[in-house]
Design a protein around this ligand. Sequence first.
Ligand SMILES: Cc1cc2nc3c(=O)[nH]c(=O)nc-3n(C[C@H](O)[C@H](O)[C@H](O)COP(=O)(O)OP(=O)(O)OC[C@H]3O[C@@H](n4cnc5c(N)ncnc54)[C@H](O)[C@@H]3O)c2cc1C
Length: 497
Amino acid sequence: MRHPKYDAVIVGAGIGGLVCGSYLSKQGLKVLIAERQNKPGGCCTSFMKGRLSFDAAVHNFASCRPRGIMGSILGELGVNDLRFEQRKIVDLVFSSGMKLKFFRDKTRTIRQFSRAFPKEKANIQKYFDFIDSFDFTANYVWFYKTYVDRKFIDVLKSYFSDEKLIALLCVPVLNVNMPFSEMSALSGIMLYREYIMDGGYYLDGGTQRLADALAAVFRVQGGELLLSKKVDRILTQDKLAKAVTLSDGTVIEARYIVANCDATQVFSRLLDDSIFTSTYLKKMQALKPTMSLFSVYLGLKNQIRNEVKDAGTIWHFDKYDFNRSLISIYAGRKKYLSDGFAFCVAPKVSEVEAVEGTREKMYIFTSASYGDPAYWQNNKRRLTGQLIERVKKHYPGLIRDISFCATATPGDIEKFTSNYRGATCGWAYSSQQIQSQIVKRNCAIRNLFFCGHWVNQPYPGGVPGAAFSGKATADLIRNHLNMTASAEKKESFVNNG
Ligand SMILES: Cc1cc2nc3c(=O)[nH]c(=O)nc-3n(C[C@H](O)[C@H](O)[C@H](O)COP(=O)(O)OP(=O)(O)OC[C@H]3O[C@@H](n4cnc5c(N)ncnc54)[C@H](O)[C@@H]3O)c2cc1C
């Protein structure tokens, strides 16, 4: 049998693909990653406008402690030259006339919430102790068995009766951009543990640095990264994945194919859909993605001296019952969150940016449904103005002098990342979808694997979730290789014996 040149070809250099490729190449496998954009990172990239650099999507990192998901992966891969700075406040929430802060240190968070809701003081303590008891390495299986079929909101209701408190405690769920009433208990607990108790990190130099650092490790280990190369097809024979075809017609054979790109693209365009049963395809099509975002990137000439600069994300909701609007957006009935928004301020600007007159960089965003691209084209100027005015109204003095302004609609997110309907975090983390595991790390086609945020499993979402899934897929391929090698050894012993 002719051996293909590559052990594995990965479609997409998002964080999931880069992590998977780095683990595989670390084991000595010959790996190629084909990425359609001209830089690695997918959602985790930065872009330049003149001499200004903006983080395109990811603004906050989580789980970076040495034993955290990101921290341990970066440690194992030898990515040591990144500086994650910890902001003082992870999330700062303004709603219904209240101001609440989430800190990494649970005692400080408990103090904040107990002051605002004195009657619930004992329950607040119990709730945070419960979240803190989750440990990926020690008790994941117990949490999985106990919470996989439950909703996060029901966990909160088992501790609290005050609806306002429940809603405010659910704000961190918006890090994965879905209505909190739909969130799975398991994902919610993990997200809380990783995004709040170890969240609010800013990567010095911008988010592109993470993708570039992983790409550098991958290359040093012998991996090949092809940029500006779109994969058009995944070729199969008798339900065995054999090769990919690039848009320039090049065919690259590999023993394993890993899809880090949007799963709907894989099933509808990259593969021949007749391979799958119609029941499976229907189930796949019924899965719901997380929502999209409408984003505004601002350069400011004025300096911000305010606590918002110390916070990872500042969330603002006119009223605490914002989940209703989220449900409407999730269902496509509403275009965007008209009664809420969020923003982040970059902790630093570079010297070059300061010399050019930009002293702050701000990212304002609001959950949005994909809808009709024409709607966003026709309304993006108006919405940009509206979001800027809302920040100005609620936080006087923050935006005084704008040096630069750009926007990204759901369609822009889809165009850049190829993520279905501009989804920010892959499939929604509802208990139903997590249990169904319709898109797993492997599938009915042998030697075809998936990694990244479109794997339908109970990860905490975002960058740590994509990275974790990349590592888990690399483990699965290694096990598969070991099993095949021992089977081949047995066979050759029998043949020769
Ligand atoms: C606006 C926004 C803000 C976010 N903010 C945060 C945040 O602050 N913190 C956080 O943790 N998470 C955040 N997330 C979520 C997080 O960025 C993602 O969940 C994670 O980065 C996904 O990584 P991935 O590897 O699964 O996929 P992706 O990043 O989507 O990467 C997939 C890659 O595949 C490539 N590709 C697709 N099709 C093809 C093809 N046919 N051929 C070749 N290449 C292809 C794409 O170009 C892309 O590079 C945000 C996401 C968005 C969109």
